[in-house]
Design a binder for this molecule. Structure first.
Ligand SMILES: *Cc1c(COP(=O)(O)O)cnc(C)c1O
Length: 382
């Protein structure tokens, strides 16, 4: 699971990479550099900063707390560079704007995050950017969708909310054959379970709001790849003004230190809940990458080393209404959007899927809560 070039394991790097004792105070933890600007002592110093050689100029374009977070993520993703933004959508939009403009074309998965979907369907056409949506599990369909002006192949690895699984190495080969930049939204797996750049993708992005933060208390995004791709994304973040706040960078530095511990628990809990749900008479289908019944299980097993993440979804008899009633009966788990939190979050989607972001609580308590909710909804039906 670890891919360490310096010999340190994943948790060690999650805790230490990018951080060092503060040189002026010897503070052991990275401070929150809550400043908008930076003052110069000399013209030489100013010139070095303006030339991009060292230091910071203005927090929209960079901040020491944020730089520590970006360096840590680059190390964990196995990337040359990373840049953070105000949210997952902020980095998605900055990345797409850096790569595809008027007259260009994007091949995007037909199963992606709600607001990324809105961009592809509604906003990109307004900017005369062509978008072809494909089922990325169908490699021939992906090849057929590529046009001479295609600039970007955009997909999630485990998709939201259907937990569809795609073969990232195979897609990356297609992208590279056609000189197209492949972007993977890696939010559902976290860099602990999967690192797209190791499998040929050019850019790996996260809604850091989710597993990287881990505690549901900050919105943020981060994207990693070669410096030549990351620098233009930072430029877009500066133009759009969608920078992250130093305080949020600090919350992320704090949250990500425990990512291995949390992900292991998310994985254990999700597998137990998936097996429990599979045995419920009211449940028609469970989508979890760790279940042998999942059509993408073999790919997930090959790429994720036997761990399958904390996200699952299931179909309940009676469709969307039954899903809503079930979510409403939960007492411990929250009926809420978002994911990757230490608390279990449950969200029914219109299309009769109930999505569960399985938290880090004790597994018997999560399962017990679902058990009582199924009982309560059954009692209502009688
Ligand atoms: C939440 C999410 C996003 C968007 O991230 P924000 O931080 O909410 O802007 C993008 N992709 C996926 C898979 C997500 O779950």
């Amino acid at each position: 699971m670890d891919s360490s070039e310096n010999g340190y394991g994943f948790s060690t790097r999650a805790i230490h990479a990018g951080e060092h004792t503060d040189p002026t105070t010897r503070a052991h933890n990275t401070p929150i550099y809550q400043t908008s600007t930076y003052a110069f002592d000399s013209l030489e110093q100013k010139e070095a900063v303006l030339n991009g050689e060292t230091g910071w100029l203005y927090t929209r374009g960079g901040n020491p707390t944020t730089s520590a977070f970006e360096a840590k993520i680059a190390e964990l993703e196995g990337a040359e560079a990373a840049v953070a933004g105000a949210s997952g959508m902020a980095v998605i939009m900055a990345a797409l704007r850096s790569l595809a403009r008027t007259g260009d074309h994007i091949v995007a998965s037909d199963s992606i995050y709600y607001w990324a979907n809105i961009y592809m369907n509604e906003e990109a056409p307004l900017d005369q950017i062509g978008v072809t949506r494909v089922d990325m599990a169908d490699l021939d369909a992906v090849r057929a969708a590529i046009q001479p002006n295609t600039k970007v192949l955009y997909t999630e690895f485990l998709s939201n909310p259907g937990i569809k699984i795609v073969d990232i190495p195979a897609l990356a080969r297609i992208a590279r054959e056609h000189d197209i930049i492949m972007i993977v939204d890696n939010t559902f797996t976290s860099p602990y379970l999967f690192r797209p750049l190791e499998h040929g993708a050019h850019l790996s992005l996260h809604s850091a709001t989710k597993y990287i933060c881990g505690h549901g208390d900050a919105l943020a995004g981060v994207i990693s790849g070669d410096k030549a791709l990351i620098d233009p994304i930072l430029r877009q973040i500066e133009v759009l003004g969608s920078c992250i706040s130093p305080f949020n960078s600090w919350l992320l530095l704090r949250g990500i230190k425990t990512i291995e511990l949390r992900m292991e628990r998310h994985c254990d809990n999700a597998l137990q809940l998936a097996r429990f749900l599979e045995n419920q008479p009211e449940v028609v289908r469970v989508n979890y990458a760790g279940l042998e019944s999942h059509p993408g299980h073999a790919i997930a097993k090959r790429l994720m080393g036997g761990r399958y993440g904390g996200m699952l979804s299931f179909e309940v008899e009676g469709g969307a209404e039954a899903g809503n009633r079930l979510a409403n009966e939960l007492k411990l788990c929250a009926h809420a959007v978002s994911l990757g939190d230490v608390s279990t979050l449950v969200w029914p989607f219109g299309e009769e899927l109930v999505r569960v972001s399985v938290g880090c609580e004790n597994p018997q308590d999560i399962i017990g809560d679902f058990e009582q909710a199924f009982e309560a909804t059954k009692a209502q039906a009688v």
